[in-house]
Design a protein around this ligand. Structure first.
Ligand SMILES: NC(=O)c1ccc[n+]([C@@H]2O[C@H](COP(=O)([O-])OP(=O)(O)OC[C@H]3O[C@@H](n4cnc5c(N)ncnc54)[C@H](O)[C@@H]3O)[C@@H](O)[C@H]2O)c1
Ligand SMILES: O=C(O)[C@H](O)COP(=O)(O)O
Length: 324
């Protein structure tokens, strides 16, 4: 649907399920007021949903946090290996009739230091796989427990230490106000000359103009990017067209297996949230006497199925059910 179509139709639905391409703006949430109860993000990142506006509209936001983890980690590893061996550039050159063996000498991964920025589900799976490739793995994550990293053979370090020591830096943090453009002129300046960057997180964590400058100066040897500040990026984007940049169109979660898993995970999450919303409606229904409502709230109404069932009953039977 186009944004205009979504605005026109959203009020007809109790739940809306989106991927990253759909922006659930304040305007969309306002248009859905009165009916829309749940927004399901069929994936991890919820930076495309206006959470404040959703809260104000009384709309629950749920995501599918686990089903695409491995797909995203595998894509990160694919980009890492592809970039280190100039696969996309050599492929394009050979298809253009150029047999350039000397131009496309790569670098080895074994023994190199990889910094994982954001040691959550995807980051830790990338770490596991990089250990298998013989890389030395360090990680930065202000919230990750050190024993989780140790168990994988990775060392948790500060942001400054991670970016200063790494030969390769792979980004796996969410896009939040705190992570917006944290990779900028200043942080690129603190990295090793000739560092390699992989981003399968969000384009917005990098200042893309600063990355172009770092690529032009040779500070960054190459970058492999699955995500961009604006998607799709402009056709004449200097970053996308840069000869030392490998790009994919936000494919991290796009495997058959991941999408099937995400579909199931988000259906369950949205179903649960709708039952919860129905439970709230049941408890707050005008025919529920105040003392019964208080009792139900004391019980936290944790049995959503029970409460949802109540909401489907007519007034007097709802009252009797609430009493019992
Ligand atoms: N390219 C894709 O298709 C694709 C697929 C899946 C996920 N993603 C992106 O990757 C991100 C990570 O996914 P995940 O499933 O691992 O999420 P996650 O929540 O499991 O992990 C994110 C980690 O980042 C850490 N973090 C938060 N702020 C940080 C900061 N300032 N510095 C360093 N670390 C910080 C958190 O503590 C957490 O451990 C998602 O938010 C999403 O944007 C992209
Ligand atoms: O946050 C995510 O889960 C990924 O970026 C995948 O998003 P997509 O399913 O919209 O491609």
């Amino acid at each position: 649907m186009s944004p205009a179509e979504l605005l026109a139709k959203v009020a007809q639905f109790d739940a809306l399920i989106v991927r990253s391409g759909t922006k659930v703006t304040r305007e969309v949430l306002e248009a859905g007021r009165g009916r829309l109860r749940v927004v399901g993000r069929a994936g991890v990142g919820i930076d495309n949903v206006d959470l404040q506006a959703a809260t104000e509209a009384g709309c629950l936001v749920v995501n599918a946090p686990t089903a695409n983890t491995v797909a995203a980690a595998e894509h990160g590893i694919a980009l890492l290996a592809c970039m280190a061996r100039n696969v996309s550039q050599a492929d394009a050159a050979l298809k253009a009739g150029k047999w350039q063996r000397a131009k496309y000498v790569g670098v080895s991964l074994v023994g190199k230091t990889l910094a994982i920025m954001g040691f959550g589900k995807v980051g830790s799976e990338v770490a596991r796989r990089a250990k298998g490739l013989g890389m030395h793995v360090i990680a930065h994550d202000p919230y990750a427990p050190a024993d989780k990293a140790r168990a994988i053979g990775a060392e948790l370090v500060s942001f400054e230490e991670a970016i200063a020591k790494a030969d390769f830096i792979s980004l796996h943090m969410p896009l939040t106000p705190a992570t917006s453009k944290v990779f900028n002129d200043e942080s690129f300046g603190k990295m090793k000359t000739g560092v390699w960057i992989i981003n399968v997180a969000r384009g917005g964590v990098i200042d893309e103009d600063a990355l172009v400058r770092a690529l032009d100066s040779g500070k960054v040897a190459q970058a492999a990017l699955d995500v961009f500040t604006v998607e799709p990026p402009a056709k004449d984007s200097k970053l996308v067209l840069h000869e030392n940049v490998t790009v994919t169109p936000h494919l991290g979660a796009s495997t058959v297996e991941a999408q099937e898993g995400v579909a199931i995970e988000i259906a369950e999450a949205v179903g649960g949230a709708l039952r919860g919303a129905l439970a709230a409606t049941a408890v707050n229904a005008p025919m529920v006497p105040a003392e019964v409502r208080t009792k139900l709230l004391e019980m936290s109404v944790i049995d959503c199925d029970y409460a949802a069932n109540l909401s489907s009953k007519s007034g007097s039977s709802l009252y009797r059910s609430c009493q019992s």
